[in-house]
Design a protein around this ligand. Structure first.
Ligand code: DGY
Length: 329
């Protein structure tokens, strides 16, 4: 019997591609070419499954061009690159990679918070540029992490990981806002108190965004929300581009209406709003919150395992939708 045909849409670890080859007829992308939607559609015309990353959009037009496609395994926990309703209607399974990246991403949230509040990159650039000729009492004075109030918007697994690091590791007061309130035992574990969004923005010293992207969370932070924040506050976005109105943020940073921001994700990435590149009080990283070798391997392996389990008939391990089986032959 012939093996199912799989497309690995971006370069991933070659030994994991080799593992996929034991089960599938694989077309890979070892040179990591960024295909247009038309090129992706042409490659998917004869494929049964695809391993995607967050940079491939799976929409109704792509699904129509891929009549054999039965599963899209995303190598990411976020799956806003999937039109889940279109996939479900077309009978296409979607999967993601939850859990395996939670701690790595929470660690990074803290790294970005520390770098931003303590002005790490700004001071390093100053030193490298040979501008450090004398020490002064207020040189790169930032804001404290320990004992401050951390406001987390989005209290899923990663948000909870950040809350625990803040409360238990740094003695922070943790407040959070989420679509639904956590169970009391989870709140106690995270030492976190539920508040409304406006109260969070008004009282937090550091605001951390960990909310999934959807039409409802688009521009969760815009000019009006930035205006509620303390002038000494920092804003950290490790969630998704589009959760923050980057143009409004650049204005708030330039006018020092908030103290600083740390951004790992951007509207329209890999493009970055040009005004963010010229303000000094922002730390910018290229969507690397889950980027450690063990975690990226775990994500790639889980995406591969989803494909293997699906075609073995065991069902997907970490599904994001429940299409009616058998809609696609
Ligand atoms: C995720 O897993 O969603 C990360 O943002 C990597 O894409």
């Amino acid at each position: 019997m012939s093996k199912p045909r799989i497309l690995v849409a971006r370069a991933i670890f070659s030994d994991i591609v080799d593992r996929l080859r034991e089960h599938f007829d694989v077309e890979a992308n070892p040179d990591d070419v960024i295909w247009t939607q038309q090129e992706l559609a042409a490659r998917l015309a004869d494929k049964d499954g695809v391993l995607t990353t967050g940079s491939q959009s799976v929409d109704a037009a792509l699904l129509a061009a891929a009549p054999r496609l039965k599963i899209c395994a995303n190598m990411a926990v976020g799956y806003n690159n999937f039109d889940v309703d279109a996939m479900t209607a077309a009978g296409v399974q979607g999967t993601n990679t939850p859990d395996v990246l939670t701690d790595t991403t929470a660690d990074f949230g803290f790294a970005l918070l520390m770098a931003t509040a303590r002005r790490l990159t700004e001071s390093e650039h100053y030193l490298r540029a040979g501008q450090w000729t004398k020490w002064s009492y207020d040189m790169f004075a930032g804001s404290d992490i320990h004992g401050s109030t951390l406001g987390i918007i989005g209290m899923g697994r990663i948000g909870q990981g950040i809350a625990k690091r803040g409360a238990h590791g740094f003695g922070m007061k943790v407040i959070y806002h989420n679509r639904s309130r956590l169970a009391p035992a989870l709140e106690a574990d995270c030492k976190a108190t539920y508040v409304g969004k406006e109260e969070l923005l008004r009282t937090a010293d550091h605001v951390m965004l960990v909310v999934p992207y959807s039409a409802a969370s688009h521009h969760t932070i815009g000019a009006a929300e930035l205006a509620l924040m303390k002038p000494t506050a920092t804003l950290i976005n490790i969630a998704r581009g589009g959760i923050v109105d980057d143009a409004a943020l650049a204005v708030a940073l330039r006018e020092q209406r908030i103290a600083a921001a740390g951004l790992d994700v951007f509207e329209g990435e890999p493009s970055v709003h040009p005004d963010l590149l010229t303000v000094p009080n922002v730390v910018l990283t290229p969507h690397i919150a889950s980027a450690t070798v063990p975690t990226r391997r775990a994500m790639a392996n889980l995406a591969a395992d989803n494909l293997i389990a699906f075609f073995d008939g065991r069902g997907p391990l970490t599904p994001v939708n429940q299409p009616v089986p058998g809609l696609r032959a």
